[in-house]
Design a protein around this ligand. Sequence first.
Ligand SMILES: NC(=O)c1ccc[n+]([C@@H]2O[C@H](COP(=O)([O-])OP(=O)(O)OC[C@H]3O[C@@H](n4cnc5c(N)ncnc54)[C@H](O)[C@@H]3O)[C@@H](O)[C@H]2O)c1
Length: 338
Amino acid sequence: MKNKKKVLITGVAGFLGSHLVDSLLKKNLYVIGIDNFIGGYEDNVSKNIEFHNIDCCDLKKLNSIMHGVEVVYHCAATAHEGLSVFSPCEITKNNFQASVSVFSSSINNGIKRIIFCSSMARYGNQKIPFHENQNTEPVDPYGISKVAAEKVLINLCDLNNIEWVIAVPHNIIGPRQKYDDPFRNVVSIMINRMLLGKPPIIFGDGKQKRCFSYIDDCIFCLERMLDSPEVNKQIINIGPDEEFVSINEIAKICSNITGSNLEPIYRKDRPKEVKEATCSADKARKLLNYKTTTSLFKGIEETFKYIKKRGAKEFDYSKLNLEIKNSLTPEVWLKKEL
Ligand SMILES: NC(=O)c1ccc[n+]([C@@H]2O[C@H](COP(=O)([O-])OP(=O)(O)OC[C@H]3O[C@@H](n4cnc5c(N)ncnc54)[C@H](O)[C@@H]3O)[C@@H](O)[C@H]2O)c1
């Protein structure tokens, strides 16, 4: 155990963090994990890691566990883009302040490389497909907090001669994703509602378009970022640029897979929602040998199997509060309609 390379992952009760743990354990690394359970599921935390129930904003506690760590993957966040215009304090705290604390503690403890999970929200409403060399133009507090964290990361790492990589995943689906969170994860929410015998709810006309990546394809890329010299100081989109689909089409696929024949209910657009968002995967193909191995249909099917096995659940509004309640706030959330 003593000679193993030590890696620290934040957000290990979460969707991405928990899968990353499994893949790095397979590489025979010593994994330290952090989570404060504002998201994720307790049983996503692997029994085979050194786990700490710590808030990433707690610099003192972070410093107490960082000793000897070589690489940090910062995956913890409240990944709630749509909610961020209504709960900006909580979202900014967990995405910006938490990130800066993790970076500060990492640098203080002589870490070699920090890998930061940013988001496609960094690009905002620009011409698609988004390329890494485009300017960042985030349109909501979620995207703004991710871009601000990226800037602090680059600033501090370059000053201290520490390697950094910025991963830009987008719309990941698969087992272990939270499906009873009313504020995010459209595919999981739709499947959960259908299993509860309820129709899907769509914000706006459903013509918004996205690409979805299956978790394994995303983890493959994150794993490669561990020590590859080519990716040092690189920002890399992670996810497919194929199967660009509308939310209406997603609802149809979910209903085919679940066997639900209920028509979607349409509600007012969510403010600031980007209409068409997709990223180029060219850089990931070149630097990480990225390939899409799981089709959208198969990815949704695997997500369905996970939710079905675990059991459909009523939505949990207790973890995050709506900070701004006004005429712009979706009624679905105000009335807890999900
Ligand atoms: N899932 C996606 O589609 C997607 C897309 C783009 C980017 N990302 C990014 O990938 C990362 C992981 O996302 P995910 O989907 O796994 O989310 P997730 O919510 O499943 O996991 C995040 C975990 O971080 C923890 N966390 C949040 N704030 C914390 C804090 N202050 N201290 C300690 N732990 C804290 C939560 O409890 C949760 O378990 C995030 O940075 C997210 O912004 C995700």
